[in-house]
Ligand binder design. Structure first.
Ligand code: PLP
Length: 370
């Protein structure tokens, strides 16, 4: 397969008066290239590849995962609709920040954070909140970050639709390798392509995937007016890196299972959270959603010992396994969760993002330090 061609043109040659009018007045997304913020061929090519992977009618690339969430949320900004928007309280911290500070404080949206501790099930807490409040929009993540709670996505989508709500699913953690929310009826799927889709810790990008073409028209218009289209350079690089996506995902999922099992028996670890372990509260649900493909490439665990021991673990491991505030790379990395997510986490909680190295190599490194 040839490398993707990167077209860095900003203003495309316009031709005759009639052609110029067409280029600027035709609806966006039809391949009439006039100005690169509206649409451009390199971005369009990568969007086609993403649509094939996510099994979506249409995809849109944005400058980051948060930009994808911003564009998706902004098209539903109707000041006359006072119905609430529901989020699980264990959603990605950036999304919660957006919900509380942009939606609630700036736009006056009635934001409800469903309390995932009630009944110890994020699914149950979401369903209860939806049935009580008949929201306009429900936002979910199939697998939560960093504690890996699993949501019954088809069930939540059903209940949301029965109650008149649209559903936006952030599929960053599960990835289309494990699960495709559009097939379960999700209205909009978003991704931080910065993570597994890019997979090399070298691109900041977001994806919006839809089947509904009216939604697509609104989304692409909004992306244009707020100017958050991905650059051709990053789109070209992402398209190349997508060629190895399923290989990377298969290897990462397989190795993560081995690492989770290893950690589960280690005396230096008190608890391992991994949906692939039978001890995980939603193990059966994860199996139902993801089939035989795996359970994801994040393994979160709690270290035994004191806070000082946890700091020592971080210092000793980071020369071997990079300590970074991202995930999904081909290289195994880790994060001491409390240092990044700050509130409500213990210093002993470690989030491992499994790469494509041999499992034995990763275990050797962990063993040395544990
Ligand atoms: N969604 C999830 C689940 C994430 O983990 C992140 C970032 O960590 C984002 C969205 C935001 O993505 P980005 O950093 O590409 O804006």
């Amino acid at each position: 397969m040839p490398s993707s061609v990167i077209d860095r043109t900003v203003g495309f040659r316009l031709g005759s008066t009639a052609e110029t009018k067409t280029a600027f007045t035709e609806p966006l997304g039809k391949g009439f290239y006039s100005y690169a913020r509206r649409e451009n061929p390199t971005v369009a090519s990568c969007e086609l590849a993403l649509a094939a992977i996510e099994k979506a009618e249409k995809c849109l690339l944005t400058t980051s995962g948060m930009a994808a969430i911003n564009v998706a949320f902004s098209i539903f900004n109707d000041p006359n609709d006072h119905r609430p928007w529901i989020f699980p309280d264990n959603a990605y911290s950036g999304t919660i920040d957006y919900a509380e500070n942009i939606l609630k404080k700036q736009r006056g949206t009635n934001v409800i954070l469903a309390n995932s501790k009630i009944k110890n099930s994020t699914t149950a807490s979401l369903i209860e909140a939806i049935m009580k409040t008949a929201p306009a929009l429900v936002f979910i993540e199939p697998v939560s970050n960093p504690l890996l709670d699993v949501i019954d996505v088809p069930e939540v989508i059903n209940v949301a639709h029965q109650n008149g709500a649209l559903v936006v699913v952030d599929n960053t953690f599960a990835t289309p390798y494990l699960f495709r929310p559009l097939e379960s009826g999700a209205d909009i799927v978003v991704h931080s392509a910065t993570k597994y889709l890019g997979g090399h810790n070298n691109i900041l990008a977001g994806v919006i995937a839809v089947n509904d073409l009216d939604l697509y028209d609104r989304l692409i218009c909004h992306r244009n007016v707020i100017g958050s289209v991905l650059s051709p350079d990053d789109a070209g690089r992402l398209e190349n890196q997508l060629k190895t996506f399923s290989l990377r995902a298969a290897k990462q999922n397989e190795t993560a299972m081995k690492i989770a099992k290893y950690l589960d028996t280690h005396p230096g670890v008190v608890e391992v959270r991994y949906p692939g372990l039978p001890s995980h509260a939603e193990h059966d649900l994860a199996h139902k959603l993801f089939g035989e493909r795996g359970f994801g490439a994040i393994v979160t665990f709690d270290l035994a010992g004191s806070q000082k021991d946890s700091s020592q673990f971080v210092d000793s491991l980071s020369p071997y396994i990079p300590h970074i505030g991202s995930l999904g790379d081909v290289e195994t990395t880790f994060l001491q969760v409390e240092a990044c997510f700050l509130e409500g986490y213990s210093q002993s909680t470690i989030r491992l993002s499994i790469g494509i190295e041999l499992a034995d190599e990763i275990i050797k490194r962990l063993d040395q330090v544990l």
